[in-house]
Design a protein around this ligand. Structure first.
Ligand code: SAH
Ligand code: SF4
Ligand code: F3S
Length: 479
């Protein structure tokens, strides 16, 4: 669950194990209760939504389980961002259907973006689906469940202008007990021509700031030490007062959450280059606990392509944003990107512009994709998906290769420094090592000694790969 936004993700075995542990502790009182099994795909907002779904169903007397064989309701919270995301879910539905043949009483529901995009078509295409529920209709799940039990197929894909689930305390599924995600807004009002999200998630709306602060405070009191504020475009967060004037913008929200406790780290994702303000950068500078890491998707380094993508900025504007970040926060702010290779009509020179933009920025990480046409989007309607798959893949591999070099270079910069690390648990490879993240969001691995999950520790960085920093805990001031 490292990816903060957009990644297509099926739980790895390791993560499923993590889920087991968390769910067993979560649902200690599960005995005798009806059980649901939830699998989440796509971005962190989808994962966060699954936690809301678990909370709604728990109030109805259901317990979550990590063992699908004991569940009477299986929910797949799905993603539509690229074609292969949907294909994964279709394959999964087929496997589940095979199990269902022996157990006809088990019901299967599709939630999330695919439910919203395909609506009743899902019932026709995938015969084994009993329930289709869009991202704004989760409060209706108990009613829909009743309908299904009466032998009907149930659908609710109504998109709302208001729903933020502000009053629902998520059940933290698969949590490490240290870091948590908080949705601060839903939907997206941008119209990037390649993107399906505005259609699957509806209009942008922000959640009441006090409910966000309360959720973060509550997490801190329960021992959590890091929250990530989530939205498709967090910088356009705005809460309006009764008179309709903006009373809290994103920079102010960051400060409100930052004020909760110096030991509560605050991160956020995703930032749209057109909306991130100097005030946000100043807040990051002024609050030690607001972490120095910005996910700033570029999508392309070429102005003509950016225009076709309707990203509303050009190459120069994006570069100036990067300069601004460096002016205010210096070199010790990690920056990551999303990039799309082979968008409609992209020439070889235009692809080179993406590579040269990467050289200019030297990103710490990147999430890189080749273009996948999504039905109904402006690009699908107006532009030709004319770059062949082989070329798309080759351009993508060049982007990935460059990123690997930059990630390594950016990590090597930290060798010899001391980083404040929030410990998240054992390292993936060995229980003799712990792992956590530094301020810049890089994974740091170090020998366990007597340190524990949830503590902060200063680690002297001694070596690194493109993905991980390694070192030893030290008792000294931060360098
Ligand atoms: N709201 C975020 C991104 C959400 S989707 C933002 O504006 O940056 C996550 C990423 O998926 C996008 O940044 C984009 O790089 C990628 N993506 C979206 N639609 C895509 C498509 N049709 N084909 C390939 N990649 C896509
Ligand atoms: Fe999609 Fe653009 Fe909205 Fe991001 S900002 S979710 S890429 S439309
Ligand atoms: Fe997220 Fe995928 Fe939907 S990226 S918003 S789950 S289309």
């Amino acid at each position: 669950m490292e990816r903060l936004t957009g990644e297509i993700k099926i739980l790895s075995d390791e993560e499923k194990e993590g889920l087991d542990i968390a769910q067993i502790t979560e649902d200690e009182k599960a005995e005798g209760k009806r059980k649901i099994y939830i699998e989440s795909y796509g971005c962190q907002m989808n994962f966060a939504d699954s936690e809301i779904v678990a909370s709604i169903m728990r109030k109805e007397g259901f317990a979550t389980t990590s063992n699908k064989d004991e569940a009477e309701l299986i929910l797949l919270n799905t993603c539509s961002i690229r074609d292969n995301a949907e294909q994964k879910v279709r394959k999964r539905l087929q496997t589940l259907n095979a199990t269902k043949r022996n157990k006809p009483e088990v019901k299967i529901g599709v939630l999330g973006c695919m439910a919203e995009r395909l609506k009743t078509k899902l019932l026709e295409e995938e015969k084994m689906v009993d329930m289709v529920v869009g991202p704004d209709a989760y409060r209706d799940l108990p009613n829909l469940m009743n309908e299904v039990e009466e032998g009907q197929k149930a659908v609710n894909v109504f998109l709302s202008r208001e729903e933020t689930y502000a009053d629902i305390t998520p059940v933290r599924l698969g949590s490490n007990g240290v870091t948590a995600f908080i949705s601060i807004m839903r939907g997206c009002d941008n119209m990037c021509s390649f993107c399906v999200v505005p259609y699957t998630r509806g209009r942008e709306r922000s959640r009441e700031p006090q409910t966000i602060v309360n959720e973060a405070k509550d997490l801190f009191e329960k021992g959590y030490r890091e929250v990530t504020l989530l939205g498709q475009n967090v910088d356009s967060y705005k809460w309006k007062n009764a008179e309709g004037e903006i009373d809290t913008n994103f920079a102010q929200l960051l400060a409100l959450v930052g004020d909760i406790h110096p030991d509560l780290r605050v991160r956020f994702s995703t930032s749209h280059p057109k909306d991130i303000t100097d005030d946000v950068l100043y807040t990051m500078r002024d609050y030690e606990n607001v972490c120095n890491y910005i996910h700033l998707p570029a999508q392309s380094g070429n102005s003509r392509i950016l225009e076709l993508m309707n990203r509303t900025y050009d190459r120069e504007w994006y570069m100036q944003k990067i300069d601004r970040i460096r002016d205010i926060l210096g070199d010790d702010c990690a920056i990551s990107h999303d990039m799309i290779a082979g968008f409609c009509t992209e020439t070889e020179e235009e692809h080179q512009d993406t590579l040269s933009l990467m050289d200019y920025v030297k990103y710490d990480y990147g999430y890189m994709f080749y273009y996948s046409e999504r039905p109904g989007t402006p690009a699908a309607k107006k532009l030709k998906d004319d770059i062949d798959l082989e070329t798309k893949k080759r351009r993508l591999s060049e982007i990935i290769e460059k990123q690997r070099n930059h990630s390594l270079e950016r990590n090597e910069r930290l060798i010899g420094t001391t980083q404040k690390v929030l410990i998240e648990g054992f390292s993936k490879r060995s229980d003799d090592f712990l792992q956590g993240r530094c301020d810049e969001n890089k994974v740091v691995v170090f020998p366990k000694e007597n340190f524990k999950k949830g503590e902060y520790v200063n680690v002297r960085i001694e070596e690194c790969t493109a993905a991980t920093l390694k070192g030893h805990a030290v008792i000294e001031e931060l360098a």
